[in-house]
Design a protein around this ligand. Structure first.
Ligand code: P6P
Length: 296
């Protein structure tokens, strides 16, 4: 029997993946109230797992696994990839980024990265990336195409799981906000010196969910970082389903990304859960940060 995924054009598959994530989003959101409890055990990154994390992951794996052209599914919650078909496209997901915000009822999101390559894959192999933000309104920010070629757009996600275009996302030229993860005592001296330099120029906005904090940078201009830490030289965020997709989106919106030493998209992928320092935002702010880190 002919492979139904044969000849599946990666960007067409990617569009369908984004539609599928939007279609599932109302169910993810509706399932949050009853799933604020922690489960026994840890995720592959050694972090506590909420019932909502597993619920969202199961919904997304089932829905994305049915998309023709998708060959494998990976997520923050799963040690290894799941073979879901014979297609050329791999999908890496953070099902509920910032789920610890459930306790405080602050925003969180679903992050999706679509690669035209087996996992683990480089950010240069992305053919699409996006996030759903469960805020006062459910929205999606996404792009389809090679890194740098894709227009980054915002969509309203309706109660029926449809994507209604709201317009292009362009990083404001004048930055106004910053938000940095980790604890001040754990920041290396060079990063702390950078913070001292910019904290009088920008307003502190940090909400503890990467996607919500990146959304503020995309909306108001500025810089988000989960930096390399003294205790964790590769930082906290994962390359495949956090660093790469936000780098794709912020660079596509007119900003820059960095690991501290060049674009996140150029970081070699060696594992599904490898961590990477994440610095994204307006180019001047990212370049000043790279200079500060290089001075150390
Ligand atoms: P901290 C959420 O758990 C997450 O992975 C990112 O969404 C967020 O940026 C970071 O961790 C928050 O970490 O140490 O500030 O709680």
């Amino acid at each position: 029997m002919a492979d139904p995924n044969a000849g599946a054009e990666p960007t067409a598959v990617a569009e369908t993946v984004l539609d599928t994530v939007a279609a599932v989003a109302p169910d993810v959101r509706a399932g949050l109230p009853g799933r604020r409890r922690y489960l026994d055990g840890e995720n592959p990154s050694g972090e506590a797992v909420l019932a909502a994390d597993v619920y969202a992951d199961d919904l997304l794996e089932s829905a994305i696994g049915d998309v023709a052209g998708v060959g494998s599914y990976a997520s923050e919650e799963r040690e290894t990839t799941v073979d879901v078909g014979d297609g050329p496209v791999s999908v890496a997901v953070d099902p509920l980024d910032g789920s610890s915000n459930l306790k405080s009822n602050n925003p969180m999101g679903t992050v999706v990265a679509v690669y035209d390559a087996p996992l683990p894959a480089s950010g240069r192999d992305l053919v699409a990336a996006g996030f759903v933000l469960y805020g006062p309104v459910t929205t999606m920010v996404a792009g389809v195409g090679a890194p740098g070629d894709a227009a980054i757009r915002e969509f309203l996600v309706t109660d029926d799981g449809e994507r209604e275009p709201l317009g292009d996302v362009d990083l404001p030229a004048e930055p106004t906000v910053y938000g940095f993860g980790g604890r001040v005592p754990d920041w290396p001296d060079d990063f702390a010196a950078y913070v001292d330099e910019i904290e009088d120029e920008l307003k502190l906005r940090y909400g503890g969910a990467m996607i919500a904090d990146v959304s503020q940078v995309l909306s108001y201009g500025g810089v988000f970082a989960y930096p390399a830490l003294e205790s964790a030289p590769d930082g906290k965020l994962r390359l495949l389903f956090e660093g790469n997709p936000v780098a794709y989106l912020v660079e596509g919106a007119g900003g820059q990304s960095s690991t501290g030493d060049g674009s996140i998209l150029d970081r070699e992928a060696t594992g599904l859960h490898q961590r990477v320092p994440v610095y994204v935002g307006n180019g001047d702010l990212v370049e000043r940060l790279e200079a500060a880190l290089a001075d150390s």
